[in-house]
Write a protein that binds this ligand. Structure first.
Ligand code: PLP
Length: 411
């Protein structure tokens, strides 16, 4: 005989599958369900928690359980990569509504917290832990996108009393812009398909007053490079040996392969500043990032942040916290990983069609290529000296085949 617990789970799932319960619908209260099924409230509570755990329902504090929808295996995978963030939008909208409707203390009895909303920091801590980033809550800071974090980090003094910023090249064009436009002292080191020259890195760390090294650990922008295990360990060791901080920009960390951990994981001496944006997993307009700071940088970072704004947008912080806690983030990420895997598989087939078997790096949303006999200007902004390079980056979109055809004789 089926237990009451299983029957509740099955009935709710069936109602969802048959369309009787739709996304966002409220599940009857625990009291009503316990009466209807003739069982204890505990049994109902367990069944609802199980469905929450399966990402079928989500819970709203002091309100009840709502339909989140399980991930359908036949969800469309062929959506354009430029449109994928629309998928997160609907769920996120529910969380924004909830954040406004709740009229909770967080809006009206609030004292300024430059570090971010307590509820969001707790959500971040758990979510970071799931990806191998272990931190105390007091070292986690919410920022308005990575941009704000990078701006403050380039401005503030570091405890190592050094002043130079080391940039891998090519790199995220906004980081180049930040350093260039503020006339900050900097050095560069090449990181391309040949990887990073660790001997050169050590020489720079040893001989120059390098305050921090900005690097993108997974699917780097623009070339799509990912450090392997020994490189991450070496980076953590060198940082400690020469008292240099590493700014690990992990904007694609959510899409890392299973078992691929961030540099932060290998840092046992608090030398890694870990930064993760939600722009790639949700949408750039959200403007929220999580930043994990070494203890001795936290105070001065917050002092700087206070000068720029009191609080990062509270409604959005609350909404993101609900979005993570309710399992919507995990659900969307699972979906995005399937979309990206699908696009990567298709891209590999396209590369094979054009007989491109080497000199390329594939990332979830782009492919970078080495051109043997031509210099392209596609990455000019990604080099401090705005040089033309042998590298080319192509977005995975409907023009990819056309672009591969155009460039194939240079590969
Ligand atoms: C290297 C890198 N870091 C961070 C971001 C996201 O920045 P933000 O959080 O300011 O939107 C991007 C977006 O493309 C990026 O390429």
């Amino acid at each position: 005989m089926t237990s009451k617990y299983s029957r509740i789970c099955q009935d709710i799932k069936q109602n969802i599958n048959q369309g009787l319960l739709k996304k966002g619908d409220k599940i009857p209260s625990i009291r009503k369900l316990s009466k209807a099924y003739g069982c204890s409230k505990d049994t109902v509570q367990h069944a609802l928690l199980e469905l929450k755990y399966q990402n079928i329902l989500y819970a709203v504090h002091k309100s009840g359980y709502y339909v989140l929808e399980g991930m359908q295996e036949n969800d469309e995978l062929d959506i354009s990569l430029t449109d994928y963030s629309n998928r997160a939008y609907e769920d996120f909208r529910l969380c924004v509504n909830e954040s406004l409707e709740g009229r909770e203390n967080y809006l009206f009895n609030y004292y300024h917290q430059q570090e971010g909303l307590e509820a969001l920091i707790a959500s971040f801590q758990k979510q970071l832990e799931d990806t191998g980033v272990y931190s105390k809550k007091k070292n986690i800071v919410v920022t308005s996108g990575s941009q704000q974090a990078l701006y403050i980090l380039t401005q503030m003094d570091f405890p190592n009393n050094k002043e130079m910023i080391l940039l891998e090249q090519p790199t995220y064009h906004r980081m180049n812009d930040l350093v260039r436009s503020q006339n900050l002292p900097y050095m560069t080191i090449k990181r391309d398909f040949q990887g990073l020259d660790f001997k050169k890195l050590e020489e720079l760390f040893q001989n120059y007053p390098i305050k921090c090294f900005y690097t993108i650990s997974r699917y780097s922008n623009p070339l799509g490079l990912t450090y392997h295990l020994q490189e991450k360990q070496a980076l953590a060791e060198l940082a400690y040996k020469y008292d240099v901080y590493i700014i690990e920009d992990d904007y694609m960390g959510d899409f890392a392969k299973t078992g691929d951990l961030p540099i932060h994981y290998y840092d046992t001496h608090e030398k890694v500043i870990y930064l993760k944006s939600f722009s790639m997993t949700l949408f750039p307009a959200l403007r929220l990032s999580s930043l994990v700071l070494p203890q001795n940088l936290t105070r001065s970072f917050l002092d700087y942040k206070r000068l720029i704004d009191y609080d990062t947008n509270l409604i959005m912080q609350k909404a993101l916290s609900l979005y993570i806690d309710n399992g919507m983030f995990a659900k969307n990420l699972k979906y995005l990983n399937r979309v990206f895997a699908h696009h990567m598989k298709q891209t590999l087939a396209k590369l094979a069609k054009y007989q491109i078997t080497k000199n390329y790096v594939l990332a979830p949303h782009f492919v970078s290529l080495y051109l043997t006999d031509a210099k392209s200007d596609s990455l000019i902004e990604n080099y401090m000296n705005r040089e033309r390079s042998h590298y080319l980056r192509l977005t995975i979109d409907e023009k990819l085949s056309y672009n591969l055809e155009k460039w194939k004789s240079h590969l």
